[in-house]
Design a protein around this ligand. Structure first.
Ligand SMILES: [Zn+2]
Ligand SMILES: [Zn+2]
Length: 296
């Protein structure tokens, strides 16, 4: 018997039971070990929406996951029962222009893991998935760490897209899980002047422990004034800003703070459409977004 968490309505989460699904030749059945709760899960469960997507219950929960292979389909060659794996979310078609161009994370027909029942999300006892999207973990990576690989892939993708490399100055707005993973990725790529901002001192302490060079408490000041404080604290205008909070004023602050020819990377999804300082944007700053990634 399988059990899984289902969103039945706004604020209505239930643990339900159902049969374990049969697997096809190219699939594996994974006994789930760890599942991260993403901000998107929380938003769907308690606000009933995620950006412009409106909740259509019933909906499964969870897409940041690791587990142990319980059963393999007859055609699976890359895995065997007992293998520890991290799951890559989605089910890309493999034939559209995005998939064929190598950007299968943007496949329009891909079904994300939080799906209508009876296809539960990863927050379940068993989950069936394509074997080619289950990645075997090395012995040095725990199952708990394995569940962080999906959001970490997003952070690496964001840093790569924004050109973080040796000596890059980086502003990170928001010290939640995505911001902290962005910090780890930026440090690994050689960024040498990283400032992390947040409204919560405790989160800034975590950022310090994880290697932020500087931290700055966001005090609700007007975006231009806050951008000025960023510049003073860093001793320069950052070349790259990772916006991980999804807050309108923070996004405006990053645009004001980032230097000419710099990059503002939007990683946090705002809850609704926001107004940007569009007169500042054309000053050769480029704004881009990163919400998912291909296997990294
Ligand atoms: Zn997520
Ligand atoms: Zn596709």
């Amino acid at each position: 018997m399988n059990s899984y968490v289902v969103i039945r309505g706004v604020g209505e989460l239930r643990l339900e039971k159902g049969p374990v699904q049969d697997i096809e030749a190219h699939e594996v059945l994974v006994r789930m070990s760890w599942v991260g709760i993403c901000g998107s899960d929380v938003s769907l469960a308690f606000k009933g929406k995620l950006a412009d997507y409106e909740l259509e219950p019933p909906l499964g929960v969870g897409h940041e996951a690791s587990g142990v292979v319980a059963k393999c389909g007859s055609g699976v060659k890359n895995l065997k029962a007992g293998d520890r794996v991290a799951l890559e979310p989605g089910d890309p078609c493999g034939s559209c222009q995005f998939c064929r161009g190598g950007h299968y994370n943007t496949c329009e027909t891909s079904c994300f893991h939080s799906s209508p029942v009876p296809n539960p999300g990863c927050l379940s006892r068993y989950y069936k998935h394509r074997a080619d999207l289950c990645h075997k973990l090395p012995d040095t990576v725990s199952l708990e760490e394995g569940a962080l690989i999906e959001p970490f892939a997003v952070a690496i993708h964001a840093c790569r897209r924004s050109g973080v490399s040796m000596g890059t100055s980086v502003l990170i707005c928001g010290a939640g899980p995505l911001g902290l993973l962005g910090l780890v990725a930026a440090k690994a790529m050689g960024a040498s002047n990283i400032l992390v901002t947040d409204i919560k001192p405790k989160r800034l302490e975590a950022a310090k422990r994880m290697g932020a060079h500087r931290t700055l408490l966001a005090d609700g000041s007007e975006p231009r004034a806050f951008a000025q404080r960023v510049r003073q604290t860093m001793g320069c205008m950052p070349e790259v800003s990772l916006e991980c909070s999804g807050v309108e004023s923070a996004l405006a602050s990053t645009i004001y703070a980032t230097r000419m020819c710099g990059v503002v990377m939007v990683m946090g999804l705002p809850a609704k459409d926001v107004t940007l300082p569009s007169s500042t944007l054309p000053s050769a700053r480029s704004t881009s977004g990163a919400c998912s990634d291909t296997s990294t």
